[in-house]
Design a protein around this ligand. Sequence first.
Ligand code: GTR
Length: 325
Amino acid sequence: MMYFYKLTTTAIAIGALMIGAASAQTVLRSADTHPDGYPTVEAVKYMGELIKERTAGRYAVEVYHSAQLGEEKDTIEQTQAGVLDFNRVSMGPFNGVVPVTQIPSLPYIFRSADHMRKTMDGPIGAEILKAFDTHNLVGLAFYDSGARSFYNSRKAITSLADLKGMKFRVIQSDVFVDMVNNLGANATPMAYGEVYSALETGVIDGAENNWPSFESAKHYEVAKFITLDEHQMVPEVLVMSKSSWDKLTPEDQAIVRQAAKDSVAKMRELWDAREKKSRATVEAAGVKVSEIDKQPLIDAMKPVYEKYLSTPELKDLAARIQATK
Ligand code: GTR
């Protein structure tokens, strides 16, 4: 009898422990427009593993990839409202929300991927992350997004004149719209998830993006010409909702911040490999890659710079980015 009693109390104790452990774990939700396996998705998962490990399982992160929680503009609002804990998006859709993000989104502001990484890893990157603070968000880290180039379903584009009158989908940001319109083409701002069918049905002639997006969103199936004009290197940003952040202890906030930082190297490793792989995939599928003299495109961006370097502070930020070695 005694033996039976002991067994039962042990079972109850173990059961209580298990329930305790289960209820003690908070699962934080993160959104991404890209499919599973994409470098940004994998980097946020990696951050989640670090957070889980470093909080002894009190926190975990679940990544809702493939735009399951909506398009980027919507998920930004959800994150600001505290409905979503984390969000990984391009800086592009943030241009209208956090104005300082317009500067790294300017065409040809970065000379190379290396220049972009150095800038975003240094004090300028820290300053831009800080700017998210006043928008119900906490800026945690920047990821890479390579260079964006034009692709289309109509023809090979090898000069500025070839862009004239062509209709390109862009991210919903005035910087992107002005960039395309100042090249003599017509910009159509549109959510990412609508681009494939808009290309397929001819609503737009083309779009613009980096190799991994061109490949993973399958746009190359319906847009067989890409031109390596590399007009923008728009960093990706990982943010947390301010209300989710405020629920964490200062110790846990430090863990989250560090885990996000630690995921950057992982992301870049995955990114460099994926860029090559994606390019090989689309070329094997018959996509025609064209070169273009970038100088006339760079020159055409003068009015865009004049418009967006609208205050001494923004002018100074652009100058500091350009001066970063
Ligand atoms: C990609 C970026 C996405 C999304 C997309 C777009 O390069 O990683 O977050 O912004 O571009 O063009 O909408």
